[in-house]
Every structure is written in C-alpha cells, then in structure tokens.
Write a protein that binds this ligand. Sequence first.
Ligand code: E4P
Length: 217
Amino acid sequence: MKFFADTADVAEIRELAETGLLDGVTTNPTLVAKAGRNFLESVREIARVVSGPVSAEVVAADYDEMMREAEVLRRIADNIAIKVPLTTAGLKACKALTSDGTMVNVTLCFSAAQALLAAKAGATFISPFVGRHDDVGFDGMALIADIRLIYDNYDFATQILVASVRHPMHVVEAARIGADVMTAPPKIIHQLIKHPLTDNGVAAFLKDWEGTGQTIV
Ligand code: E4P
C-alpha cells in the first residue's frame, strides 16, 4: 500500500520524506489555504521533495477553464497529478488529460457509481472520502470494498486512493480491503508508528543495557 501525505505544509512533507516511507502527496484548496503560502510555489517545492505523485487541484468548475488550469499545473513537474472534482466537467477533463499521458486524481468521490465512471474516464487515482462519508452516517469502508470489487471485476487500472482518513484504523481497514493508496494528515501517519508497548519496551531495553556498562561502537 502506498502512503501519501495529505498536506500542503512543505516542512511536514520534508520530515516524512526523510523516513523513506512517503510515496506521494495530496493537496486541496483547503490545505493550501491552511499552509498560507503561494499555491504554485508550494506545489513546485513539494514536487522537488517527493519523487512520487503530487496532487494539485484545479478550482474551475467548467471544462475549458479546468483544462487551462491543468495546463499550468502539469507544467510544474512531471510528477504532478491533476486533481479534478467528480463532476461531468471533471470526468471530461480526466479523460482528456489521461489520454495525453497526464496523471489525474478524481476527487470528492462518495459512491461506487462515481468511482466506476472515474475508471471509465481513465483516472489514475480515485479518491473516495471515507471520513466525510462516515460523518454523514454512511460506511466509508463499505464504499472502499465496493470499489475494490468493481475495479477487480473489470481489471481497471485506476488506483483506489483512500482519502479523508481520520484515524489509524481507517488505514488498517483500507489495507485489509486492498486499497492501493491511502492519504492521511502527517499526524495520523506518525500515530501509525506509535504503540505504548513499543515505547515501554525500548525504555526497558535501554535501562538494562545501561546496566551492562557496554557500548556497541
Ligand atoms: C485528499 O485528497 C482529500 O482532499 C482529503 O483527504 C480530504 O480530507 P478531509 O475530509 O479531512 O478534509
């Protein structure tokens, strides 16, 4: 399973990239506003820090303007994935951009029918939002399982990118189902590493080792 960081904060991305565990980055207009920096400059910097896909989202609602924005974004670097909303214009832009060899992440997916259409439009990634789905009383993970089944039925190459991840168990459940990618805020990726028994074990081993008076180097 690939791990993407869901943030536009370059310092956070740099820190995660140094672990060697980061496969890509997703941004959206809200995350860009939160980071408080120039969008194009941030995306350029992120695409240098991470060699994997970096999703940069268009903000236009109509097809022609979406394509103009996508043109600016895709010129930034080869690893930019254009993020388009799951609308008629977004799917049309997805088809045109992927036919031209550009990676596309179709975002704001809330149904299996939408995911099927994104795959038919040649999407590189489909982003079902599990957290927002759970928030309104639906089962986000059931949606991921449905999409996995449908994509496997037809051997669609579109990668399921589990988005709107709110806690570590979303990641574990998505991995059980066989999602290709998950994107999560850096805080959640750090939470995945932590376990109190690991911390206690490390502290106990260190204490006992110090008692031996030895060093390794
Ligand atoms: C990722 O591509 C999405 O934009 C993101 O995961 C949305 O997360 P949120 O529902 O926490 O805003």
